[in-house]
Design a protein around this ligand. Structure first.
Ligand code: SF4
Length: 309
């Protein structure tokens, strides 16, 4: 995929970032949905689960998190002794913002005794109110690990319904969704499939059920990349955020990828730029902090998830 800046600008900024990174002993991590040039300066590119695990293990003192706010918060929860920087401080996640701690407490009071499974795309305060977290990679595994009894899944109802189908256990859902994935329709898939009849359809579980039903494979971003690498198929219609195309082209340069809709672009993920990464390393800000009591409660939910991944 093309960079969103020219080659000269990329080389200058990448060199500055490399030097600042060495001076600060920092680690740059980026989500698969970041701009291509951000992915190319990162030490590690991954999905939410991989990035949480890395944040828990790395001995770097500074983590520059190229993603959205809840991801940097997860790193700060798991590694409170490290300085976690989010280059674009307003990079939020609209789905994460669809649930807050107070509304979740009220719902828990209505469903007394239910176990709360919280998608990692949520604030630290919501994680603190939850029994266990999950990512799109391990959500099925996490729900299977729970004791009998009622389950409330927050905040993504699309991922929740996908897990419900896989596990065969009824759950209550929070009415949240990802603006980017929920936009994709069955009609979009059928249109692209008409143009590329030999292509397989691969989608993220944050997509609606009508879209998932058209898919040959459903998986997290890392799951989709693994699937494509192992497959003998040459063409794929991709139903997730456009940033994944950069990694797909890198790992499978001889295969063809068609985005299922031009709308599959998350403006929040794209709000981080190379100059913001450079500035974050220069000024050691914006710094993500999670207040201690919330952090300790949220950490339990994240650690329970990591233990069963
Ligand atoms: S792609 Fe969706 S879930 Fe991910 S940050 Fe953007 S809005 Fe949130």
């Amino acid at each position: 995929m093309q960079y969103t800046i020219d080659e000269g600008q990329f080389r200058t900024l990448a060199a500055e970032i490399k030097q600042l990174k060495q001076d600060n002993k920092a680690l740059i991590v980026a989500h698969f949905y970041q701009r291509p040039e951000i992915q190319d300066v990162a030490d590690f590119v991954g999905d939410s689960l991989q990035l949480s695990q890395l944040a828990a293990k790395t001995d770097a003192e500074i983590i520059v998190f190229c993603g959205v706010h809840f991801m940097a918060e997860s790193a700060a929860i798991l590694s409170p002794e490290k300085l976690v920087l989010l280059p674009e401080e307003h990079a939020g996640c609209p789905m994460a913002n669809m649930v807050d701690a107070e509304s979740l407490r009220q719902r828990k009071a209505q469903l007394s005794g239910c176990q709360v499974v919280c998608y990692v795309n949520s604030s630290a305060a919501v994680k603190a109110e939850s029994d266990i977290c999950c990512t799109s990679s391990n959500a099925v595994q996490v729900v299977k690990s729970l004791l009998p009894g009622e389950i409330l899944f927050v905040p993504d109802q699309n991922l929740g319904s996908y897990v419900e189908e896989k596990v065969g256990r009824n759950m209550y859902f929070w009415p949240g969704y990802c603006n980017t994935h929920d936009h994709l329709t069955r009609e979009n898939i059928l249109n692209v499939r008409r143009q590329h009849p030999n292509a397989e359809v691969i989608v993220h579980p944050e997509c609606r059920k009508e879209v998932r039903q058209e898919a040959d494979f459903i998986g997290s971003t890392a799951g989709l990349i693994n699937y494509v690498q192992k497959s003998s198929v040459q063409e794929f219609i991709v139903g997730t955020e456009s940033g994944i195309l950069h990694q797909l082209h890198k790992v499978c340069c001889s295969k063809e990828f068609y985005l299922a809709s031009e709308q599959l672009v998350c403006p929040n993920m794209k709000s981080t730029t190379l100059s913001k990464v450079r500035d974050a390393l220069k000024n050691l800000t914006p710094h993500i902090l999670v207040e201690k009591e919330t952090r300790l409660r949220a950490k339990k939910a994240l650690e329970r998830m990591l233990a069963c991944s």
